[in-house]
Design a protein around this ligand. Structure first.
Ligand code: TXA
Ligand code: MG
Length: 301
C-alpha cells in the first residue's frame, strides 16, 4: 500500500524494517526495496519478491560516513575522497566487506556496495531505523526501475508497504565504482560521470561494456526493459511503422532527459504501442549513463 511519507509513516516503516519486513522507499535515483541489511532472513525476502537471482549483489544504504566505514573491512584514501565529494548522493562504492554483512547481500563476494543516499525521506528512514538497509531498485527483475511510488505498486503489488516521496529527482540508478583493486573500476555508469570521478581519483578502469555476467555480478545485459520492444533510432524519419511511439531528446540536457526517462517509458509501456523508438543520445561522457540504460533496454535475445 502507498503511504505518503511523513514522520508517522516513516516511523512505522522503520519499525517494520527493524522487524525484518520489507519497505519500498524513495531515493534521489530510483525507488528502493529495503530490508535490514544485517538480517539474512529479511534480505532473502527481497530476492523472493523481485524474482531476482542470488548472483546479483545488493547495495547497502547507510545514514552516515561512519556507518559506511563500519561495514567495510578497509577504507582506502580513494573511498574517503569520493565519499567526501559525492556523499550523500548517487554514488555506490564497492569495498572489501566487514564479516557482519551477510553473504546473501553480496552474492557471496567478499565485497559490499555502499551508498549514503541524499533523498530526505531515505535519510529520515535510515536514521529512524538505525540499521543499514539493503535495497535494490523496487521492480521485478529485468524490468524498468521505478521513479514513482505508483511504478512500485504496479510492479510489486498492493501488499508491499511503499513510502511515497514523489517522483525521484535523478531518475537513473547510482554510479557504481569498485575500489577493491589497484585502480578504481567503473562498474555501472550513472549521473556522477566518469570525468567527475577522475577529477577526484585519477584514471578509472572501465570494463562495464565487455564484462560478462559472471565477471560483473548483477550487470545483466538485458536489464531495465519495458515490456514493449524498444529501439534506438537516429531520428524520427527512421520510424516507418504506424503504431510506434517516438521518444525525442528534444534539446534536453543529459540530467533533464534522465530525470523523466523511466517515467516516460513506464507511461508508454501502458499505452499499447507495437514498439518504442528512442532517439539516440549524442556522444559525450555526460550521456554515458543514459546510453548504458538504453542499450540494455534495447537488447534483444
Ligand atoms: O541508485 C541505485 O543504485 C538504486 C537505489 C535504490 O539505491 N539501487 C539499485 O540497486 O540500482 P540494484 O540492485 O538494482 O543494482 C545494484 C547493482 C548490482 O546489480 C551490481 O551491479 C552493483 O550494484 N553491485 C552492488 N554490490 C556489488 C558488489 N559487492 N560488487 C559488485 N557490484 C555490486
Ligand atoms: Mg535494478
Amino acid at each position: 500500500m502507498i503511504h505518503p511519507a511523513n514522520p508517522e509513516s516513516i516511523a512505522r516503516a522503520a519499525e517494520r524494517l527493524r522487524g525484518g519486513e520489507l519497505v519500498a522507499f524513495p531515493t534521489e535515483t530510483v525507488y528502493g526495496l529495503g530490508a535490514h541489511a544485517l538480517d539474512a532472513r529479511a534480505v532473502a525476502k527481497i530476492f523472493a519478491v523481485k524474482g531476482r537471482p542470488y548472483s546479483s549483489p545488493l547495495i547497502v544504504h547507510v545514514a552516515s560516513l561512519a556507518q559506511a566505514k563500519s561495514l567495510a573491512a578497509s577504507w582506502p584514501p580513494a573511498a574517503e575522497a569520493l565519499a567526501q565529494r559525492f556523499w550523500p548522493g548517487p554514488l555506490t562504492l564497492v569495498l572489501p566487506k566487514n564479516p557482519q554483512v551477510p553473504d546473501l547481500v553480496t552474492a557471496g563476494t567478499p565485497t559490499v556496495g555502499l551508498r549514503w543516499p541524499a533523498h530526505p525521506v531515505a535519510q529520515a528512514l535510515l536514521e529512524a531505523a538505525q540499521i543499514p538497509l539493503a535495497a535494490p531498485s523496487a521492480n521485478r527483475f529485468t524490468q524498468l526501475s521505478p521513479t514513482a511510488a505508483e511504478h512500485v505498486r504496479r510492479s510489486l503489488g498492493e501488499e508491499l508497504f511503499i513510502l511515497d516521496g514523489g517522483p525521484t529527482d535523478i531518475g537513473l540508478e547510482s554510479t557504481v565504482v569498485s575500489l577493491t583493486g589497484a585502480q578504481p573500476l567503473l562498474l555501472r555508469p550513472g549521473m556522477v560521470s566518469q570525468p567527475e570521478l577522475e577529477a577526484i581519483v585519477g584514471p578509472l578502469l572501465s570494463r562495464a561494456e565487455e564484462m560478462s555476467v559472471s565477471a560483473a555480478p548483477g550487470l545483466h545485459p538485458q536489464h531495465y526493459q519495458p515490456r514493449t520492444p524498444l529501439y534506438l533510432v537516429p531520428s524520427l524519419s527512421f520510424v516507418a511503422e504506424k503504431n510506434v511511439a517516438f521518444l525525442a531528446l528534444a534539446g534536453q540536457s543529459a540530467p533533464e532527459f534522465a530525470r523523466t526517462l523511466y517515467a516516460k517509458l513506464h507511461e508508454l509501456d501502458q499505452q499499447g504501442w507495437d514498439a518504442i523508438a528512442v532517439e539516440q543520445p549524442p556522444p559525450g561522457p555526460e550521456w554515458d549513463a543514459v546510453r548504458d540504460r538504453l542499450f540494455r533496454a534495447a537488447k534483444k535475445d
